[in-house]
Structures are given as structure tokens and as C-alpha cells.
Write a protein that binds this ligand. Sequence first.
Ligand SMILES: Cc1ncc(COP(=O)(O)O)c(C=O)c1O
Length: 449
Amino acid sequence: MLLPESGLPERWYNIAADMPNRPQPVLHPGTGQPVGPDDLAPLFPMELILQEVSEAPEIPIPEPVREILRLWRPTPLFRAHRLEQALGTKSRIFYKYEGVSPAGSHKPNTAVAQAYYSKQEGRERLATETGAGQWGSALALACRLLGLECKVYMVKVSYHQKPYRRSMMETWGASVVASPSEETQAGRTILEADPDSPGSLGIAISEAVEDSAGREDTAYALGSVLNHVLLHQTVIGQEALAQMELAGAFPDVVIGCVGGGSNFAGLAFPFIREKVSGKEIDVLACEPAACPTLTRGPYAYDFGDTGQLTPLVPMHTLGHDFVPAGIHAGGLRYHGVAPLISQLVLDGLVRAEAYAQNDVFASAVTFAGSEGIIPAPESAHAIHGAVLSALAADDEGVERTILFNLSGHGHFDMAAYDDYLAGRLEDFALPEDEIQRALAAIEPLPKPA
Ligand SMILES: Cc1ncc(COP(=O)(O)O)c(C=O)c1O
């Protein structure tokens, strides 16, 4: 189902305006008081800070941002006829495909907006972290298109496992370093304690934040979790609403995978607006059993990074020093999840399920063999959610309309498929005492009201 170029939304949708309960404020770790715009100004351009706290239902997308988004948007929405046949289901399965962006995922939707506002404010350079490399590639692309320098701290294990993601970023002009690095105090401290540290997203965030806070010409860019990032992704769901209408259908179930939560929010939030105004929709967030933030982490205040440099964020969390097992869905290996999604889970508007990676890859291979696209391991969690939902409907003797977000392709993840096909993938059942250990780190922090 294709939309014409004119189908690219003119506004972002801000779910804060429609939520029954707004998330609790983000707190300054020193004072325990809500952070204000001045606290955040060294890191982010003011337009993004204003979006972070905005309650306006819609925010206009600047025309120069729309002009760049038009390089790949509107993205297609497909009915997965061949997957339905492969499963033998009576349900209808649709998916929105974000892998058509130049970087291969939904991440450029916010990267372009963040680079644009940073440039408007006179910053010349952006610093960020990346896990699997999708976000770093997206920001490298956006900086290239807008004429900014880009510095990426890439989790060391991915830096070595995914050399072509690094080349991609470098082709777009970014400078990439393995994290933990010798370039920041946060990196040096970790390396002193553990010279062989494989790195983690939490550590790389500490490095990128320290880099940006120390330089006036540099803003920090985050690829998920924050309100403004989720906001920028809502072009996905707005397009999908129009495309489902063209298909003469409306979803009973809306599904996305959740790392920090941005692709899930991008598809789901415009549908949750419909849900809040009375439509019946089951909204399902899918996460890895090895990093079960929404299904097993409490709702608490926690740092966004390992080095405790960020403000305290109200969210479902496994603790800021939690280092998830080395599953292949690198983009889902984060200890927290967006406050907006955490609150929607608390309020019962979103539910969550966690899956083991071998089951996820089995669904990914079924999908690749029927629809043709080889999905990113992250996105494969949403595919697995859709497969389970269709099979459950058959068991119940009902027909459902299911819509999921295919957030990216897996062309740089073939080593993961190699491991799966050779039977080398391990499933990690997270022991309860490991969760309890990690949660001890947040014990002294303020508690949400
Ligand atoms: C393809 C893809 N999907 C999903 C994610 C998870 O991030 P988020 O939850 O912010 O969408 C990532 C993160 O790197 C990703 O690369």
C-alpha cells in the first residue's frame, strides 16, 4: 500500500496531550528536583528541549526536515499474504516497512530532525553512542546531509563484530571510536577497572554525554527513549493509519519491538490516540527475554547511563549497571525504556511480552522465506509477536487484523543468521537473582510518587 509524496505527514503527533496520566518529571540527580531547560541546554538545542516538555497535540515538521524525509518517505505498508499462507492463519497480517531508509531502519526519522535543530542553533558537531550501529549510521547520514560533523561512540563488541556498519558511518563522514575509549574520563575509568570490557550502551552513552557537555560546538543526540525522539517517529503511525484505510482495514492488534521504545511508539502512538477515544486495539510491545525491561523491571527512577551522568528518568528499568547477555538484537539491549511507554504500560494501554532469541529467529526465517525481506534481529521480535498473535487467534477460532512495524532490514546482521542456522544461538533465561542484584543499584534513588 503506497502513499503519494503528499502523504508525508506535516505534523508530529504528541501523545502527551492525550495520555490519561502524564509521566512523572525527569529529576536532577544532585537536587532531586525536576530538571529545567537550563539543565539540559548544554546537551540539546532548545527546540528539542521545548518538544520534550510540550503538551501541544501536534507539532509542525519543519519543511527542510520534510524535504530530506521525502528521500525515502512515505514508506510502504504491505499485507503479508505469503506469511499468512505459510502460517495457515485466518488472520490478516500487515506490516509497515521502515527498512527502506538509506541507513536501513526507522532511526533516520529522528536523526534528521535532531541534526536540523542542532544546526539551526549554531552547533557544528553532534556526538552520540551506537550499539548495533543502526542509530550511528542514521545520525552519520543526517549530519552528512545537513553539513555537521558527527562523532560516534560504538559499543566495542559491535565495533569488532560489525565492521561494515562502521564503514557505512565513515562513508557518510562520521568519526567512529570503540567504546569504552581512552577519549573520555568515563571510558578511561571503565578501562582501568576492566581493560577487556566489551562495552555496553550505558557506557557509550556516558562517553557521548561527556564529550558533548565538554564542548560548546557539540550537541548530544540520543536515538531513543526521550519524548522528542518518540515524537519524531510518529510519522510512521500516521502514514500507517492512512494506508490501512486505503486497504479498507483497521488493526485489532498493533505490534512493535521495544529497545528504548522509539519505533514502537512511532507506529503505536497514533493508534493509541484512537484507542483513547474509544477504538478497541490490543497494543503489544515485544522485548527479548534476555533484557526483559517491561515484563520484569519495576517502574522506578534510574539513570539513563552506566556512568550516572544523565538525569534520573522515571521508567521501567533493570538497573543502570545491568549488562544484558550478548544476544544478537543489539538494539534491544538497553536497561531502560521510554518514560512515555512505561507510563502507558502502567495505565494498561500497552501490554508487553518477552521472547527467547531462537524462537525470534525461527519467525524471522519464516518471514524471510515468505515475504522475502531479511529482517533486523530487533524487528524480528515484532514479527514473532505477530506470528504468535495470529496463531492464538486461530486457536480461539477468531480472525484478527494484525499490524506490526518492521523497523529495519538485517543486511548487516548476517553473522547472527549464521549462528542461528548453525544451531549456535544461545537462549538466556535471566535468573531472578541477577535482576535483584542489578536493581540494588537503584535502591538509594528517589521513588516515583
Ligand atoms: C532495526 C531496529 N529496530 C529497533 C531498534 C530498537 O530501538 P527502539 O526501541 O528505539 O526502536 C533498533 C535499535 O537500534 C533497531 O536498530
